[in-house]
Design a protein around this ligand. Structure first.
Ligand SMILES: [Cu+2]
Length: 141
């Protein structure tokens, strides 16, 4: 009986693997720009690769204590503007690059004292993928 309980517990621990309970994704170079002094809005960047055999759609990002939107930067007659992107589609093997000047994560209510932040990508159809972003003081153009 005790052995049975121990087996069940180990299965539960494996089932609670914290980084991903969704499809196979690899995330590289995840970082957040240090906010401008006295500001709590900033941007996050990373490269997300679908390493699995099926298409993946990321429908949003969530984090404790802050609000996250997916944005893209567009050139409207010479004016750079940002607009929300509802989801990120990733074919098998495809990489989505969230980078300065392009798609990015817009972070609201960001605590400027943080050195890193855990943000979870929500996957269409269930599950998610936690990403640890390093806060970097890269300056703003
Ligand atoms: Cu933005």
């Amino acid at each position: 009986m005790a052995r049975h309980a121990a087996l069940l517990l180990s299965l539960l621990v494996v089932g609670c693997e914290p980084d991903s309970d969704g499809p196979l994704l690899r995330v590289d170079n995840a970082w957040i720009r240090t906010p401008v002094a006295d500001r709590t809005v900033t941007a996050g960047y990373c490269e997300i690769t679908n390493t699995g055999p099926t298409p993946v759609a990321i429908t949003g990002f969530t984090a404790e204590g802050l609000r996250v939107e997916i944005h893209e930067t567009i050139d409207e007659g010479g004016m750079m503007r940002m607009r929300p992107v509802p989801r990120l589609h990733l074919a098998p093997g495809e990489t989505a690059s969230l980078a300065p000047g392009g798609k990015h994560l817009m972070l609201f209510d960001f605590d400027p004292n943080l050195e890193s932040a855990r943000i979870r990508a929500t996957i269409d159809g269930g599950g998610g993928h936690w990403i640890v972003f390093e806060v970097r003081n890269e300056g703003w153009r």
